[in-house]
Write a protein that binds this ligand. Structure first.
Ligand code: BDR
Ligand code: CA
Length: 309
């Protein structure tokens, strides 16, 4: 089968880093470009991290473009799980020999889409600022995007781990609103499912058993990355962004339900919440497929496979 052509828009971030390596290593994906955005760390750091990760995994031929330095209409609130560098716990990562392309990510997205022979899958794993700006600037190119599979949101709230808001949407709710009203085919992979792919003892053992240089790096990342979750909730690190990649490769890894999703941008305690109407009660057309279930075993075998290579 032909590999799926993917553009990854990310803010690495440990879990973004793992999504990047899965996109590069797994043969089902052809990674056309990586674009970076502020989120887990300021843009300069997320871009530097993307470059270092791509150097580490030998993906130096994949172009990287740096994007927006702040959300569309608000000051940047940084993520907290990844440490000040955005990728703490990796002091040995190589200094990159590669450089970002000399184009803003939003324009680079347009250039890559124009050149692609067929529509491309867009996989955003950070705040949606670049994608929102792209929608505003290049509406004529939206039909070049086959679908958007994004990490963002929390819609079911049946799980004690699920907060009313999810970071990527909370960080730039205006961008999220622009993307959700763009008419693109959108799959939201939110906390409802990503909090079910958590790295605990059995997963650590499996990773240790793989014992490749890459598996050892990832183990170190995960040990740092889990600190926040472990401290706050007593659970390991959730592989939010890698699940997006897995769902691009095998859409059946998640089950989805169609809904009309809007973002709460005024709530005091629910600011940034993704409010989903699954039954059409508000009489509004559906605008997203919201992931509701995940086959975590299938996910982890895909993740382990990417570490073996
Ligand atoms: C999302 O926020 C970031 O911290 C992670 O990289 C992930 O994309 C999870 O809420
Ligand atoms: Ca991310």
């Amino acid at each position: 089968m032909k590999p799926t052509k993917v553009i990854l828009d990310c803010d690495p971030g440990h879990d973004d880093a793992i999504a990047l390596l899965m996109a590069h290593k797994l043969p089902e994906v052809e990674l056309l470009a990586v674009t970076t955005v502020c989120g887990n760390a300021p843009l300069a750091k997320t871009t530097a991290n993307a470059l270092r990760i791509m150097e580490l995994i030998g993906a130096t031929d994949v172009p990287i473009a740096a994007g927006c330095v702040s959300p569309i209409a608000r000051p940047l609130v940084l993520g907290t799980a990844d440490g000040p560098s955005g990728l703490d716990g990796s002091p040995y990562l190589p200094q990159p020999t590669i450089k970002p392309v000399d184009m803003h990510a939003v324009d680079f997205l347009a250039a890559v889409l124009r050149e692609a022979e067929e529509p491309v899958v867009l996989a955003p794993t950070g705040p949606l600022t670049n994608v929102g700006m792209f929608v505003l600037k290049y509406p004529e190119l939206l039909n070049r995007i086959e679908k958007v599979v994004l990490m963002g949101g929390a819609c079911y709230r049946r799980d004690e781990y699920i907060t009313p808001t999810e970071f990527n949407i909370f960080c730039d709710p205006e961008a999220a609103e622009i993307v959700l009203t763009s008419g693109m085919d959108i799959t939201m992979v939110g906390l409802d499912v990503t909090m079910r792919v958590v790295v605990e003892e059995p997963q650590y053992e499996a990773i240790a058993g793989i014992n490749t240089p890459l598996a050892r790096v990832v183990e170190d990342w995960l040990k740092f990355y889990e600190k926040l979750h472990r401290g706050q909730m007593g659970i390991g690190g959730a592989l939010h962004d890698p699940l997006v990649l897995a769902a691009v490769i095998d859409p059946e890894i998640i089950e989805t339900r169609e809904a009309h999703v809007e973002i709460d941008r005024t709530g005091t305690h629910t600011f940034g919440a993704t409010v989903a109407d699954f039954w059409g009660l508000r009489g509004l057309a559906t605008n997203a497929k919201v992931a509701s279930q995940v086959d975590s075993e299938k996910f982890f075998s895909m993740f382990y496979k990417s570490l073996e290579m």
